[in-house]
Design a protein around this ligand. Structure first.
Ligand SMILES: Nc1ncnc2c1ncn2[C@@H]1O[C@H](COP(=O)(O)OP(=O)(O)OP(=O)(O)O)[C@@H](O)[C@H]1O
Ligand SMILES: [Mg+2]
Length: 261
């Protein structure tokens, strides 16, 4: 996936100031940075939940949210945007499960309703159900398939949300602070599931404040501040030898002295 000089403003405030980032397939990219630096906005442009004001994003060479006509970019029609979004899974801070559906139904929902006739990923209801159970098993929740979200802990709900995001075999999986709404004792069960995904070849882009986890799991760490990528590199580059003063100053505030790399 390529993000090329993406700009985005809300009113008079420019929150993405020409962001460029290349994400190799199968890689794990972790985005860190202070509150308000534009991390969530950047993630949301990747599945076109936000329109961009400038620049563009491509996945496998295909423009996200737009098509070229003549020399101009035109926004895709709503149904084409929805279709494109089936290639991109997203996991939110607050799980966003459907409250009236069981864990299994949450995972099965998109494969049953989001795919157009003729899409090669379409399956029969029985097949979708079997695959949803497999995915729940992958996040160690097969035995809770019939539970409703309100009957599950935050950590369990987030694991269902991850299984749901995997249900369409997305090309890219986006995580926006997947553990920041969880009680501390539930954080690890969710991070363990993401660690497992990280070794399985799915392309992951993760916004997190869990720096130890970022160091373990990332191929590339991207540090954002004030709508710009300040620097990116391996965890070693960014956490241990940052080039930029802004990066150093951020980590000196968020990483406790006991955190040894
Ligand atoms: N829909 C919106 N309307 C107006 N301003 C917005 C909107 N969404 C985000 N912003 C502003 O854009 C800036 C970047 O927000 P964003 O949520 O991307 O930051 P963030 O890096 O994800 O922060 P956090 O770590 O707190 O989640 C902030 O100043 C925010 O107030
Ligand atoms: Mg955010």
């Amino acid at each position: 996936m390529d993000i090329s000089t993406v700009r985005k403003s809300f009113g008079a405030t420019e929150v993405l100031k020409g962001v460029s980032l290349s994400v190799p397939p199968g890689g794990v990219t972790v985005i860190v940075g202070p509150s308000g630096s534009g991390k969530s906005t950047l993630l949301r442009t990747i599945n076109h939940l936000e329109k961009v004001d400038g620049g563009y994003i491509t996945i496998d060479g295909r423009l996200v949210g737009y098509q070229v006509r003549g020399t101009k970019l035109h926004e895709l029609r709503e149904k084409d945007i929805l279709q494109q979004r089936t290639d991109i899974g997203m996991v939110f801070q607050n799980f966003n499960l459907f409250p009236h559906l069981t864990a299994l139904e949450n995972v099965a929902e998109a494969p049953l309703v989001a795919l157009r006739p003729g899409d090669p990923r379409r399956r029969t209801t029985a097949e979708v159900r079997a695959r949803a159970l497999e995915l729940l098993d992958r996040v160690s929740l097969k035995d809770r398939a019939d539970a409703y979200p309100r009957q599950l802990s935050g950590g369990q709900q987030q694991r269902v949300a991850i299984a749901r995001a995997l249900a369409l075999d997305p090309k890219i999986l986006l995580f926006d602070e997947p553990t920041s709404a969880l009680d501390p004792e539930l954080v690890n069960e969710v991070l363990d599931v993401i660690r497992e995904l990280a070794t399985s070849g799915t392309t992951l882009i993760i916004v997190t404040h869990e720096m130890g986890f970022a160091r373990d799991v990332a191929d590339t760490v991207v540090f954002m501040d004030q709508g710009q990528i300040v620097e990116s590199g391996t965890p070693q580059d960014i956490f241990t030898n940052p080039r930029e003063e802004r990066t150093r100053s951020f980590f000196s505030k968020v990483i406790e002295p006991a955190f040894n790399i």
